[in-house]
Design a protein around this ligand. Structure first.
Ligand code: GLP
Length: 253
């Protein structure tokens, strides 16, 4: 299985993930535009902070990175405080000065156009490295259980558990969007050269088990990443707590 597993604290994971992203960006920048996949949620927030710190220390200009967001809610205006555009502006784009054309999001009216745009704009390289979280349903982006195992960017109906989890941001269930446009598992497998997936807390222990040790299939979209060529998984001990020792022996700390 081409998955490297690291168990550490969330703080250490943010530093490791940030070093991986900034290191990749630094290697590519002298030659071409680095292409970075971007996730939202609480999990990657410290990583964006550490990326900015690492880039500042190393003199790497993150404003020259083109970012490709995984997903966006449907039905929110781009400037809505809970849109993923706003999230990215707050945690990365406005802080490093990313130009508008390097803030890439799926077209809410034409999902399939996103994969074509990735293919066109990233030429042969695809997305060099990208961050992922995992939802309690085992979703990645908003590719929920039952999604097409090899599908491209699509309109996704959000799972009830996912909507319930979003109540903490939206305040009540009826304010949580019912749909989002998300990269599909096929988008990630086809266009992302390297995946960094992070999960923290006991609430992620079941989907993490499903991703790494359960059967591979679209009942747990993250499990389909076991068919990707280069995945690094960063977990804290509670998120790793349901994995068997055999798998954990591969762990570095
Ligand atoms: C949302 C996002 C996912 C993210 C997930 C988990 O569903 N679309 O990309 O991985 O939330 O969020 P959190 O990191 O807050 O647990």
């Amino acid at each position: 299985m081409p998955i490297s597993l690291i168990v550490c604290t969330p703080e250490q994971a943010a530093v490791v993930a940030a070093e991986l992203v900034v290191g990749t960006v630094a290697r590519i920048l002298p030659h071409r535009t680095p292409e970075v996949g971007a996730a939202t949620g609480n999990t990657p927030i410290p990583t964006y902070r550490e990326m900015i710190a690492a880039a500042t220390r190393q003199g790497v200009d993150l404003s020259r990175v083109r970012t490709w967001n995984l997903d966006e809610y449907r039905g929110l205006s781009p400037g809505h405080p809970l849109s993923y555009r706003t999230y990215m502006a707050t945690h990365l784009h406005d802080r490093v000065g990313t130009p508008p054309e390097f803030r890439c999001f799926p077209d809410l009216d034409d999902p399939a156009a996103y994969d074509l745009r990735i293919a066109r704009d990233t030429t042969a390289s695809g997305i060099d490295i990208g961050l992922l979280g995992i939802g309690r349903t085992g979703h990645i982006g908003f590719a929920e259980p039952g999604c097409d195992e090899d599908g491209g960017t699509f309109l996704s109906e959000l799972h009830q558990t996912t909507r319930q989890d979003a109540v903490r941001e939206f305040g009540s269930l009826d304010l949580v969007p019912t749909h989002a446009v998300s990269m599909g598992v096929g988008t990630i497998r086809k266009y992302w050269s390297r995946v960094i997936l992070m999960a923290f807390g006991l609430g992620k222990a079941d989907p993490v088990w499903g991703m790494l040790q359960g059967p591979i299939g679209n009942h747990c979209p993250a499990s389909l990443l076991r068919r990707h060529r280069d995945v690094t998984v960063l977990l804290d001990p509670p998120a790793a707590s349901k994995l068997t020792m055999k798998l954990l022996q591969a762990t570095q700390c």
